[in-house]
Ligand binder design. Sequence first.
Ligand SMILES: Nc1ncnc2c1ncn2[C@@H]1O[C@H](COP(=O)(O)OP(=O)(O)OP(=O)(O)O)[C@@H](O)[C@H]1O
Ligand SMILES: [Mg+2]
Length: 264
Amino acid sequence: MALPQQPSPPTDDVLSVEDLSKRFGGVSAVAGCSLSIQRGTITAIIGPNGAGKSTLMNLIGGLFPPDSGRILFAGRDITALPPHRRAELGLIRTFQISRELAQLTVFENVVLAGQTDALESPFAAFLRPRQVRREERQLGLRARALLERVGLFRLADEPAASLSGGQKKLLELARALMLDPQLILLDEPAAGVSPPMVRELARTIRDLRDEGLTIGLIEHDMELVADLADRVHVLAEGSNLTSGSFREVTSDSRVVEAYLGIVA
Ligand SMILES: Nc1ncnc2c1ncn2[C@@H]1O[C@H](COP(=O)(O)OP(=O)(O)OP(=O)(O)O)[C@@H](O)[C@H]1O
Ligand SMILES: [Mg+2]
């Protein structure tokens, strides 16, 4: 029988996962993982290939439910909430610009990310034309400000397909920012991005953190993790092996072994 829950002491955690597990057939992708992300930090999740990082990210985003365990966001149990409800609460993960979106301009991509269901309804313009026009104008202003913010303003009218890998990542960030997030989750932001653009991306991510946003990222680029992360969680075989500063975790022999174990 479950014991009555003790009220937990207040923490600065914006997100915490508790004893989370997810199996795919015979594979334990995430196995009893517990970790947290503190408000106002850049927190990196690292670990060898197959450690369960993307599965953990998908569980946090709500793409599929865990087999067991809990996910708390801003002190609230969100384990059973669908992705759009998590997004409404301010938990946003970025998504690659799809082939359909790539046909639209950079500006249109950002505006679309901010459109609510009410605005998308085909009847909205008919029922409340003035309100819809005002909302569209506000979305446009906000989109331009965010494009300025991520350094893509001069490319606003270009098709998204014409952007470089790094510029697409900045566009993904602008799209996420339209939803007014508390926490943004990024899966390998530096993958396929040229070194100068990685530096620009890093600068933008750090500025956003300094403005109060919380950022969680999965990343294989250790230079970027060393440069950006306030705190690092190391995942191995589906659970949290250790946590600490980049320097702390990389001098931990168990972490070195976890990485070497994959190479061997
Ligand atoms: N949809 C799925 N169906 C079956 N097995 C899966 C699925 N997704 C992940 N796995 C397995 O779960 C384990 C963890 O995979 P996951 O993609 O979460 O690791 P990762 O840490 O993101 O790895 P990488 O660094 O290579 O991206 C792996 O053994 C993987 O093969
Ligand atoms: Mg992955």
